[in-house]
Design a protein. Structure first.
Length: 82
C-alpha cells in the first residue's frame, strides 16, 4: 500500500518509520540534530513550495510534508486496518 505525502510524493507504507508534527523540530534538540544530519547527508526532501506541517521519516529519506501530521497518521492507520 501507499501513502500520499503531498504534492506528487507517494511512499510505500512499508518504508514508513515515523510521522511527527513540525513543532517537534523546535521543541526537541535531538530531533533538530536528526534533521540537520539528514540534510547534511542529502537525505532530506521538501515536498512542494508550501510551508511544512510535518516531518515524515522513512527508511532512506526524511520528508518535510505540507500535510498535517494528524492527517498523515489517519492515512497510515487506514492502511494498517486493511
Amino acid at each position: 500500500m501507499y501513502i500520499h505525502l503531498g504534492g506528487e510524493k507517494i511512499i510505500r507504507s512499508s518504508e514508513l518509520i515515523a510521522i511527527f508534527d513540525i513543532s517537534i523540530e523546535k521543541s526537541s534538540k535531538v530531533s533538530k540534530q536528526f534533521v540537520v544530519q539528514s540534510q547534511l547527508n542529502k537525505k532530506l526532501e521538501r515536498i512542494g513550495e508550501e510551508e511544512a506541517k510535518s516531518i515524515v521519516v522513512t527508511k532512506n529519506i526524511v520528508y518535510y510534508s505540507p500535510i498535517s501530521s494528524s492527517t498523515l497518521k489517519k492515512r497510515a492507520k487506514i492502511l494498517l486496518e486493511i
